[in-house]
Design a protein around this ligand. Structure first.
Ligand SMILES: Nc1nc2c(ncn2[C@@H]2O[C@H](COP(=O)(O)OP(=O)(O)OP(=O)(O)O)[C@@H](O)[C@H]2O)c(=O)[nH]1
Ligand SMILES: [Mg+2]
Length: 329
């Protein structure tokens, strides 16, 4: 399972109460006030961590609380502050307050830290109220409550390029060959259930491009059919889309129609996503009917270049690599 959205309740620690106390010693009935201050409650921090791949930690534990500050004690002892807690989140996590559309914050860079909720201040002990006119103050203050909130964490994959295609189009095969990633490949639909990011190397240019293999889309994905719109969010951050269509039409669909349907799904999901720059790539050119389908595609979309490749035979890939680089930079 891949956990890319979860609701979480988070609470910062409460401040400890201030203490009321007086020095009590033999032969010193009127000892001065010595109640200490309460400790500060623990903060809640968020930290982006590249070693965390999804939100499963928050799926299995939905309540996160920082420790309270300790109350002050007599003999002028201040309470200990509560330890902060640090929630480690995968890169690309968006944080919203439950029920609100607006983005609260997001974590994009490894190591980035955000203070989500502040611990409550500790209360004042009576010793702090001593003054020239009040030598025996009986006054203290309570610790303040730490902040609390219900949040929604949503993970949106960070990659330069998003691979978009019907199941079985060969997305994982292509990513395997172009990059260091090794997503599973199989001849049945919905092999890929988890977005996988691979790094494509351009040693001569001293550059890399990251590419995300997103689980296959089908018609109605935006209305949650198939694996649904859950995975469409993983192309939201990409700067370039690669529509990969199966020119061999092994699953009985028209390749050129696949392209139309894929774009429609993106449009239904979010018109902004549909406006992203793209490349149209026809895979499986090694198969029998592919040439014919390529020509048909090209005639249907005369203004769009259809890049023909065979991921398996590694044909047309250097051209594709070059086009990716041109479109990205
Ligand atoms: N003939 C031929 N078959 C290919 C080519 N590329 C991929 N395939 C085959 O197509 C099938 C599907 O490949 P995958 O890479 O798993 O496809 P996918 O798009 O990742 O599929 P899902 O993860 O299910 O969405 C596998 O049997 C591959 O071997 C190609 O260039 N030519
Ligand atoms: Mg796959």
């Amino acid at each position: 399972m891949f956990y890319d959205e979860t609701k979480v309740y988070v609470k910062a620690g409460d401040g400890g109460d201030g203490c009321m106390s007086f020095l009590r010693q033999k032969y010193m009935p009127e000892g001065g006030p010595n109640g200490g201050n309460g400790g500060r409650g623990g903060d809640v921090l968020l930290q982006a961590d590249e070693n965390v791949s999804d939100l499963r930690a928050f799926h299995f534990k939905k309540h996160w609380k920082a420790r309270n500050g300790e109350p002050g004690r007599g003999s002028d002892q201040n309470g200990k502050g509560g330890e902060p807690i640090i929630l480690k989140l995968p890169l690309g996590t968006e944080i919203r307050i439950q029920g609100e559309e607006e983005l609260f914050c997001e974590l994009l860079k490894h190591g980035e830290e955000i203070l989500l909720l502040e611990g409550g201040k500790g209360g004042r002990g009576n010793a702090t109220f001593k003054s020239s006119v009040n030598q025996t103050p009986r006054q203290t203050t309570e610790g303040k409550d730490g902040g609390e909130e219900n949040y929604v964490f949503t993970l949106k994959t960070i990659a330069d390029v998003g691979l978009v295609g019907f199941p079985n189009a060969g997305k994982s095969t292509l990513l395997n060959i172009l990059s260091n990633a090794t997503p599973k490949i199989a001849s049945y639909p919905f092999t890929t259930l988890v977005p996988t990011v691979g790094i494509i190397n351009y040693p001569e240019e001293y550059r890399t491009i990251s590419m995300a293999d997103v689980p296959g889309l089908i018609e109605g994905a935006a209305e949650n059919r198939g694996l649904g719109h859950r995975f469409l969010r993983h192309v939201e951050r990409c700067n370039l889309l690669v529509f990969l269509i199966d020119l061999s039409a092994v699953d009985g669909r028209e390749p050129w129609e696949d392209f139309v349907h894929l774009r429609q799904e993106l449009e239904d999901y979010d018109p902004q996503v549909a406006k992203k720059p793209f490349l149209l790539v026809g895979n499986k050119i090694d198969e029998e009917n592919s040439m014919q389908n390529l020509k048909l595609c090209q005639s249907k979309f005369p203004e769009i270049e259809v890049l023909a490749i065979s991921a398996i035979l590694e044909e047309g890939l250097s051209n594709l690599r070059q086009k990716l680089l041109e479109k990205i930079s």
